[in-house]
Design a protein around this ligand. Sequence first.
Ligand SMILES: [Zn+2]
Ligand SMILES: [Zn+2]
Length: 333
Amino acid sequence: MVDSHNSLTFIQAFEDTEKELKNNLPPWEKATFSEKLCIFVIKFIIFLPVIVVLLIISSAYTIYLAFYIIPLLTDNSNRPEVYFWHTDSEKTLAAIRAIIFIIFLTWNVFWLLISLYKASNTDPGNIPRTPDWEILLEDSSESSTEKVTIEKRKDGSQRTCNHCQLRKPDRCHHCKQCDRCVLKMDHHCNWIANCVGNNNYKYFFLVVFYGAVSLILFVSTFWESVVVCLCDDSNSEAFVLFIVTVYILVLLLSIILVAFMFFHIWLMWNNFSTIEFCEKKRAKSSNFDKSPYSQGVYNNFKESLGNNPLMWFFPFFYEKSKDSGLFFNTKKY
Ligand SMILES: [Zn+2]
Ligand SMILES: [Zn+2]
């Protein structure tokens, strides 16, 4: 408990220092050499988790190719006792399996990388700096935003952000790490070095989806290589340990990612954001199936993944209207 408190304090202190440094640094074009170095280090630290994700993807893909696909395609008749395929027809089946699996894995990894790029590089959504959203000194109860917002402070007043000096639309939250308000904010994700919000949620979900499917394929097939590796006496202990460790790590990662994928499917099904889910949990509300924004399951998925269901699993076709993320329909269906 003390440890987790200390690490939280450390993370908070690191974030504060990082924010302070960022605020004090000039834009890249006007920066001196030492300031440019500082900007580079900050950017590197922010993108470090993304680099870790890319390293995990490339390592897992290479290991799968080298220690599962290639042995399936190779004629291993010199050591038949450790392999599952012996006859010609079994060898042909093994080769067909290998080709199908590697095409399927490559397809998933390809869309995973595109989704990761788009999730990381798409602006999650800003509050426009227009009079409707700016905090005015005089009473602004006539503002159009008053008529559509349903989220209020406890005292019944309009939600505003003191950092950005703007009125907050429904479902909008200020992200401490990005130091800005984000429309329909889901959460800040260090693994994509970006906030997940109104305009990039689909890309984030597809990262999780393609990651989970790739890991399921890895775990459900690579066990054959683990068994072969354990049965083959000619393998060194270090190699056996390496293959077994890789399999256990991928297995653990797949359990986490598959659970995370189903959690996000549940959130989309019920039209909750992660923040809204956590707020309900904190308030100890048992009303988890009722979001005021829910428009029915099909419309909820359309809101999160786009209007065309045939394109739900591709990181494109996610056009958002101009006021998307500012106003939400609360009419019940
Ligand atoms: Zn803000
Ligand atoms: Zn953020």
